[in-house]
Write a protein that binds this ligand. Sequence first.
Ligand code: ZN
Length: 305
Amino acid sequence: MKKPLLEALKDKPLLGDGAMGTQLMLAGLEQGNCGEAWNLSHPEKVLAIQKRYADAGSDCILTNTFGGSRIMLNRHGVADNITQINAAGVRIVREAFQSVGKDGYVIGDIGPFGGLMEPYGEFTESQVRDAFTEQAAALMSAGADAIIIETQTGLEELGLGIQAATDAGCPCIIGSMAYDVTLDGSTFRTMMGIDPERAAEFMAEHGAHVVALNCGTGMDMPHATEAVRRYRETTGLPVMAQPNAGQPKLVNMKVCYDETPDQMVKGVVPLLDAGVNILGACCGSTPDHIRAFRKAMDQHLAAHV
Ligand SMILES: [Zn+2]
């Protein structure tokens, strides 16, 4: 029996995974189509991606369920399959770990519901609460080891996600904020104006077990390192970081992230020294980035035990 994730984090930092969306596109998913539905319609393609992350050395892999809440699935007309889509997301990661003979951690992924709540938008708080509760229950019933509420910008939605995961009996709840570097480059905060200190305090108060950051704008490895330091100064909770592959660039009117594994891996040791407990990556990252992270982490840890 492997240790619960929170226990394992006390021993050493763990490696997460890289981007899913761009990998799905490479596998043939068309822009605007529902990647989560592929857990049922093209499970072999999703499995192939998750296997590449497992093979690259990930200890923790996120399920392909970022948009797996009822509100998100409704936009594609596939909400009837919500339980099966989320359960398949968990099963596929488990199978990917098995294929490389590793008993890794399956992190159930809950992304933003994709709209605004009243009074700014058309969704009521209870609709969002119900959507997260349903998704968290589906992920936990399927055997997820943890749940991450990710790419969050406001505390209200984050709080509903944490509550949903708590109600589902989740033993390891990760709250992950998407920060944007300010125009003058001096600091970063979410689109809703939340800084890392406020986010960490909120998560500790509301029962999250790990404070995290992912994605955002301009949040490369050095900025993620700074965010980890600020989390560490605010809370004793473990910290997870999934930075993007460098700074965003505009190519053919599309935002892309193109830092190579060799460039990005330079930021691994500073992140470990800052005290990151789970290190993965977000937009623009690939299994090759994760493989480079694995090597750097192993070398660093071997030299410091
Ligand atoms: Zn991202």
